[in-house]
Design a protein around this ligand. Structure first.
Ligand code: ADP
Ligand code: MG
Length: 250
């Protein structure tokens, strides 16, 4: 049995403005285990990003409990846009988190260089973001996120700004890097295929306010990389079930 890393209990969030209030997340409960890859899918505007923002400490919860089963759990956030600084080299972009947290030690810098080397970016470390493809920039963004050695990675639609072909490739890259580095990941996506192909479990949310509709443990025969996983015989069955859960109307 794997270790429970994070417990989210009865989490709710209401946004208040001057004239009205919006219940965005309603009584959401789930656990995250160490080294697990969990995908959260749900209709647009249902409250997915709100859940991650609360976990990351960017937004405050209205009620509920978030419990980390380890002290000093470090979280890192990766967004849809790579938001690399165009005036900084790839290496300097990856070092920025260490710089602002005053952790730019020789050891940490070597770790970043090791990651860039391992994941095919060695020849680009002194280049600028404009000379890289969208997929490569997302790989850089992931390495920048890993530089601070987080325990949990929060990925919010990290591939959705890319074209289909690049998304397939970067999903494979992201998956391999996260698994090889032994990280725990919570990924939001509106792409059912992406969720099934990458995740150990898929949490399906209802439309706003987000309630948990179902949680699937993805069991695939010959599970390997996300691209390969799409060919597994169970894949379509999961797809059909989640599609129905989401109640997508044409
Ligand atoms: P998702 O990521 O699933 O598309 P969000 O979590 O971004 O959805 O938003 C859920 C709901 O909460 C939406 O109706 C959105 O308009 C609202 N919302 C999100 N952020 C804020 C905010 N800062 N203030 C007020 N309402 C917000
Ligand atoms: Mg969102």
């Amino acid at each position: 049995m794997k270790n429970k890393l994070l417990q989210i209990k009865n989490l709710s969030k209401t946004y208040h403005s001057l004239h009205d209030s919006t219940l965005a997340v309603d009584d959401v409960t789930f656990d995250i285990y160490e080294k697990e890859f969990v995908a959260i899918v749900g209709p647009s505007g249902c409250g997915k990003s709100t859940i991650l923002s609360i976990l990351a400490g960017i937004e405050e919860k209205s009620s509920g409990e978030i419990k980390f089963n380890k002290s000093d759990v470090r979280l890192a956030y990766m967004l849809q846009k790579d938001s690399l600084f165009p005036w900084r080299t790839i290496l300097d972009n990856c070092l920025i988190g260490l710089e602002v947290t005053h952790n730019l030690t020789e050891e940490n810098k070597n770790y970043v260089l090791h990651l860039l080397d391992t994941y095919g970016l060695h020849d680009f470390i002194y280049k600028y973001p404009e000379s890289l493809s969208g997929g490569m920039r997302q790989r850089v963004a992931l390495i920048r996120t890993l530089a601070i050695k987080p325990d949990i990675l929060l990925l919010d639609e990290a591939t959705s700004a890319l074209d289909y072909q690049s998304r397939l490739t970067i999903s494979d890259d992201i998956y391999k890097i996260i698994k090889q580095e032994g990280k725990t990941a919570i990924m939001i996506t509106h792409d059912i295929n992406e969720a099934i192909s990458m995740a150990d479990r898929v949490i399906v949310l209802t439309k706003r306010p987000a309630l948990i509709k179902k949680i699937y443990t993805i069991k695939l025969t010959n599970k390997s990389t996300p691209i390969q996983n799409r060919k597994c015989i169970e894949f379509n069955d999961y797809y059909d079930k989640i599609w129905r859960d989401l109640d997508v109307k044409f």
